[in-house]
Design a binder for this molecule. Structure first.
Ligand code: GLP
Length: 245
């Protein structure tokens, strides 16, 4: 485990959500016009509710700049499965983050590789990220950086792995409803972030969290890039943290 890594273990779900929200707000309030990315998935939902309940009146949301972490590819702009709509509904809309401050992947771009290049070019001008809040997939993916993705990767389009399709099935009522392709910030975009907060909850994440933080740094476990960067806070509940404490 890298020495600059801070591990916070929450006793229960309520502490996990409140701690995640306070960590995010403390970090954002220490920065000017911060550029942030937030994850989808089940893990951050309680944090979003805590941000809205406890911190919605903070001035910071008016100047926050948001960039998509990942997205399914090929969906129309009103498809309810879009991660951009998910984050908007749970977090950006209730916190009144201005629409013009949101840089989102266009899922149905006619050329998805060109869309990834557009994001990389945008980040060259407006980046790097000040804060990356990320979850971890059960196969070690971060965003949609699937096992085998180069650590040097920028934003890119990809085919979801069968394991990711299986784990995303719970969001949409079955594997048949999970889109097969995605677009994601790359590991190099994420590693360049000035601050990183990783959220992991539940026993299902315990093995992969230990492999990512204490195992070899390898493209087989994309989240192992976390060992190579500074200013990383890991927030885990007791079940997810069982092999790292
Ligand atoms: C999804 C998302 C990731 C998310 C991860 C974990 O596939 N693309 O950004 O972090 O899987 O999701 P969950 O929190 O539901 O376990």
């Amino acid at each position: 485990m890298s020495s600059g890594m801070r591990i916070i273990v929450a006793e229960d779900e309520q502490e996990f959500n409140l701690r995640a929200a306070s960590l995010v707000v403390e970090t954002l309030e220490s920065l000017n016009n911060p550029l942030v990315t937030f994850p989808t998935g089940m893990t951050p939902l309680g944090m979003y509710r805590a941000l809205v309940a406890e911190y919605r009146d903070r001035p910071l949301w008016r100047t926050l700049r948001f960039v998509s972490l990942d997205e399914y590819a090929g969906l129309p702009p009103d498809d309810p499965r879009l991660f951009s709509l998910w984050v908007a509904k749970e977090c950006l809309d209730p916190l009144s983050v201005p629409l013009e401050n949101r840089m989102c992947f266009v899922s149905n771009a006619s050329d998805i590789d060109a869309e990834a290049r557009r994001m990389n070019e945008w980040l060259l001008i407006h980046g790097p990220l000040d804060l990356a809040v990320v979850g971890i997939g059960s196969n070690g993916h971060i965003a949609f950086n699937e096992p085998g993705t180069a650590f040097e990767s920028g934003a890119h389009a990809l085919a979801l792995t069968p394991e990711s399709i299986r784990s995303n099935a719970r969001y949409w009522g079955g594997e048949d409803h999970v889109p097969r392709h995605g677009i994601t910030l790359g590991l190099a975009n994420l590693a360049a972030a000035r601050h990183t907060i990783v959220l992991a909850s539940g026993a299902g994440k315990s093995d992969i969290l230990a492999r990512a933080l204490t195992g070899p740094v390898t493209v087989d476990v994309p989240a192992s890039y976390l060992q190579t960067i500074s200013n990383v806070s890991i927030l885990a509940d007791k079940a997810a943290a069982q092999y790292i404490i």
